[in-house]
Design a protein around this ligand. Structure first.
Ligand code: FES
Length: 116
């Protein structure tokens, strides 16, 4: 099933757009030239992930070393700060236990298409 969610340029300007998919909110998130789609309900207490922020995180590294990575790939919940990998949807802290469902989103002649 495919859903057309609007002009890619509009979503790029908005940064994130929530669309209703059979009663479930899905967030279409713009990052540079790419788009990602994730369930828009945090698995902790249900906050809208579209109201969250994007950043990177400190990566595992050797003692005394500090390595920043995953820039603009970490989606942080606005309520209590749980963080998720935007590409996989998995929680950074407990990836086996928590995650956001992810969806494929493509661009077709300037319009975004969500694939379910
Ligand atoms: S609702 Fe998202 S971390 Fe609590």
């Amino acid at each position: 099933m495919e859903i057309r969610v609007g002009a890619a340029d509009d979503v790029r300007r908005e940064g994130c757009r929530v669309v209703d998919v059979a009663g479930r909110p899905v967030g279409i998130i713009s990052v540079g030239a790419s788009f990602f789609a994730v369930a828009d309900r945090c698995p902790h207490m249900g906050a809208s992930m579209c109201a969250g922020s994007l950043s990177g995180t400190m990566l595992p590294s050797e003692p005394q070393e500090h390595e920043y990575g995953m820039d603009q790939r970490v989606l942080r919940c606005p309520w209590h700060g749980w963080e998720f990998d935007l590409e996989t949807g998995r929680s950074l802290l407990e990836p086996r236990r928590y995650g956001l469902k992810t969806y494929e989103v493509t661009e077709d002649e300037g319009e975004l298409v969500l694939h379910l």
